[in-house]
Design a protein around this ligand. Structure first.
Ligand code: SF4
Length: 219
């Protein structure tokens, strides 16, 4: 399977979950390479093409070296490698909690649904500038029906809300977070996004990795 390459090594690292309902939880991260979208503000562009090939077994060996039974699979778009990911996850001990970050354009197989603890679905709004339609309503509706799914939207301001409302997702599953590439722009936008959350009765998600490490990758 293709793992994102960072500093000439496969991107597997131990850190804190930065976003969503488990923000702050220590976890081992696995960043898979390749994405079907190309968001203009993507903070993981290095994962789009450059990769290191490892077998699912080799990835499991690396994961087990870290002091955590909480795992975050991210990308790129992890579900582009659904078969390899399934093989990998089925090799992990059953007491591993597994979160998958996905852009919501693919729906997972029954095997993945049975093994993954939490789906962090982050649909990309028009301001991300993708050539293809990034909001796949049937896929998002199917995710919304799961008890262990959340929707995280990166937003630039109030003008993005109509695109979110149009999806008719359960408000209690929606989180908004600032579209920011660095700490200064994050801090500027956070109170604005907080106001939008209050206005529409949805959650605010932090982006702790930006607050803590600014633009650094692999943390
Ligand atoms: S979906 Fe995520 S990984 Fe893919 S281009 Fe957009 S921000 Fe980057």
């Amino acid at each position: 399977m293709r793992i994102a390459r960072l500093n000439n090594a496969p991107e597997v690292f131990f850190s804190l979950q930065g976003e969503g309902t488990s923000a702050g939880v220590p976890a081992v991260f696995l960043r898979l390479a390749g994405c079907n979208l190309h968001c203009s503000w993507c903070d993981s562009k290095h994962s789009w093409g450059d990769s290191i090939e490892l077998s699912p077994r080799e990835v499991v060996t690396r994961l087990l070296e870290f002091p955590s039974k909480h795992m975050i699979v991210t990308g790129g778009e992890p579900l582009m490698q659904a078969n390899e990911l399934t093989e990998l996850l089925l090799m992990l001990p059953r007491d591993y909690a597994i979160e998958v970050e996905t852009n919501g354009t693919f729906f997972p197989s029954p095997d993945l649904l049975a093994r993954v603890s939490q789906w962090n679905v982050s649909p990309k709004l028009p301001h991300a500038g993708n050539a293809m339609e990034s909001l796949q309503l049937p896929v998002l509706t199917a995710f919304a029906a799961l008890s262990n799914s959340w929707f995280k939207f990166v937003i630039t301001g109030e003008e993005d809300w109509p695109s979110i409302a149009h999806l008719r997702l359960p408000p209690e599953k929606i989180m908004l977070m600032p579209c920011a590439a660095d700490r200064a722009s994050y801090r500027h936008l956070l109170p604005i996004v907080a106001g939008i959350c209050l206005e529409h009765h949805v959650r605010l998600s932090p982006r702790l990795h930006i607050e803590l490490w600014d633009t650094r990758l692999g943390v």
